[in-house]
Design a protein around this ligand. Sequence first.
Ligand SMILES: Nc1ncnc2c1ncn2[C@@H]1O[C@H](COP(=O)(O)OP(=O)(O)O)[C@@H](O)[C@H]1O
Ligand code: SF4
Ligand SMILES: [Mg+2]
Length: 325
Amino acid sequence: MTKAEPLLSLRGITVDLTGPHPARIIDGVDLTVQSGRATALIGESGSGKTVIGNAVIGLLPETMRTQGELLFEGRALLELPESQRRALRGRGIAMIFQDPLAALNPSQRIGRQVAEIPRRHGLRRAELRQTVRGLLERAGIPRPEERARAYPHQLSGGLRQRAMIAMALSGEPRLLVADEPTTALDVTVQKRILDLLAGLQRQFGLGMLFISHDLRVVSHVADDVVVLYAGRVAESGPAREVLTHPCHPYTRALALSVPSVHTASLIAQPIQGAAANPADRPSGCAFHPRCPLAQERCAVEVPPLRDTAPGRRAACHFAAEVANA
Ligand SMILES: Nc1ncnc2c1ncn2[C@@H]1O[C@H](COP(=O)(O)OP(=O)(O)O)[C@@H](O)[C@H]1O
Ligand code: SF4
Ligand SMILES: [Mg+2]
């Protein structure tokens, strides 16, 4: 991998639902994550964020077929045999989920679960215990030895998420895929977990694909942002620029729905209408039924993703007008 090459790169990724009701739920997604940086994938519920995250880690169900270019450290993941992809999971690429209780084994002590990957290196008992303690400490868990002996249900939501982070770190990954990691937590705990992730990212130079529907969370952690609408990229670019000066009406609507993100607005304005289902996408621009700027051509022509400024892209026939509005 050369220095300029992204850690993770998706080019024209499609995910097709096969079976009795086939549909292209992810339609030509481009996305990159650089080492030591966080790319946020944002969009409303049902827009396809989890499908993309699971495509990256190779955990989609058999009924979904991924095509396109998916490179991790320059390696084409979709061409690797399953055995090699499995070997990457947890090591090269680790993941944390929204619900640690569902992801952790309820009948196994935390320490044992965190030890799973290090144990494969043939460490002796004392070394293993030391390693687990170090990982729990790194994830900000106080009294790590005591917590290592606990079962998942005995910990608070915040501590469970930290235990998942400790597990994720145990394979010394270069890329962390975090799918709504703080959505189930209350606001103060959320903030601490986000600070922890940002700190770890800096400390270890981790790249992070941070998946969230919450713009406030995204504006905390993201360097770059990819806005997803019904399985397509609406807009992408540096997070601060995209969130404060959107080029796409959907990003603008998202930003206006959170008053603290868009400085021009003090009152939240919810987006009108319901989010489009990627399995049954409206014609033309999928956002057209909800878009305040929609014209006739929007219902017919799919707007291509075009450069709007260096490092920025948007898929709207009228992106230039939105940017100058
Ligand atoms: N297991 C599945 N079977 C069929 N369709 C699915 C499945 N999982 C997701 N989908 C489809 O993919 C879309 C995106 O889902 P998802 O990635 O979970 O959204 P998000 O994470 O953005 O809330 C859903 O709206 C649905 O149409
Ligand atoms: S292409 Fe048309 S409908 Fe789609 S976001 Fe732009 S103005 Fe709105
Ligand atoms: Mg999801």
